[in-house]
Ligand binder design. Structure first.
Ligand SMILES: Nc1ncnc2c1ncn2[C@@H]1O[C@H](COP(=O)(O)OP(=O)(O)O)[C@@H](O)[C@H]1O
Ligand SMILES: [Mg+2]
Length: 246
């Protein structure tokens, strides 16, 4: 594996009595693309949110590029900027244009000059295929276009790693491919990515590894090919049996 970029060691988290992450160990190398997969409620979103410090955890450690996650303050803001996150719902600011949505972070958080932020945002919007929509408002775009803007917005902060939490599951079927295509391109460009998705086509095309989570535990890790054709654990077999019948 390449040099480790994101390292989780024995991470435990509870929500009250619910033990939601159980001794989670996970290392993601620089440039690696890891798929997180598992039943609903297995802790995938919590794991992503914990890596970004949107959630606290009780024991274990998480390092990003060799640095322990800070608890709060300026350092935490810097860390958040290092970790891009794309959610199921795109959360664009409705009263700002597409361009403004993308330049907001770089100008406010990174102190970039507006002209530079605009130039860079336009490059990113072109890259995700919505350059011609830059002066429109989010509601004027399709869901697939809005999600691509959300990806551009994250990239504008120059993150070291990108987390995607079911980025296509709120989209109409015909828009899923255009978002996955952008993610495949991003993966090929060398971005380190942790992606929660059940999209097997994407996993096969772009992922180095599949990590199967069940009941807050990493149950199995394998290449996409191995995992989807020959899962080892009963829990993975059972899970794949359910998603493959649809
Ligand atoms: N803020 C919260 N407070 C209490 N329980 C939560 C909270 N967020 C998630 N959970 C619970 O933690 C478990 C894991 O949830 P989640 O990480 O969203 O799973 P997944 O993304 O794999 O579907 C679920 O049982 C869920 O109900
Ligand atoms: Mg989830």
């Amino acid at each position: 594996m390449s040099e480790p970029l994101v390292v989780l060691r024995d991470v435990n988290k509870h929500f009250g009595d619910l033990h939601v992450l159980k001794d989670v160990n996970l290392t993601v190398g620089r440039g690696e693309v890891v798929i997180l997969i598992g039943p609903s409620g297995s802790g995938k979103s919590t794991l992503c949110r914990t890596i970004n410090r949107l959630e606290t955890f009780e024991s274990g450690s998480i390092t990003i590029d060799g640095k322990e996650l800070p608890e709060e303050g300026k350092e935490l803001a810097a860390l958040r900027a290092d970790v891009g996150m794309v959610f199921q719902s795109f959360n664009l600011f409705a009263h700002k244009t597409i361009l403004e949505n993308v330049t907001l972070g770089p100008t406010k958080v990174r102190g970039m000059r507006k002209a530079e932020a605009d130039r860079r945002a336009m490059e990113l919007l072109e890259r995700v295929g919505v350059g011609h929509q830059a002066h429109k408002y989010p509601a004027q775009l399709s869901g697939g276009q809005q999600q691509r803007v959300a990806i551009a917005r994250s990239l504008a902060m120059d993150p070291k790693v990108m987390l995607f939490d079911e980025p296509t599951s709120a989209l109409d079927p015909e828009m899923i491919t255009e978002v996955l295509d952008v993610m495949v391109e991003l993966a090929r460009s060398g971005m380190t990515m942790i992606v929660v998705t059940h999209e097997m086509g994407f996993a096969r095309k772009a992922a180095n590894r599949v990590v199967f989570l069940s009941d807050g535990q990493v149950v199995e890790e394998a290449t996409p090919e191995e995992f989807f054709t020959n899962p080892r654990s009963e829990r993975a077999k059972d899970f794949l049996g359910k998603i493959l019948t649809h």
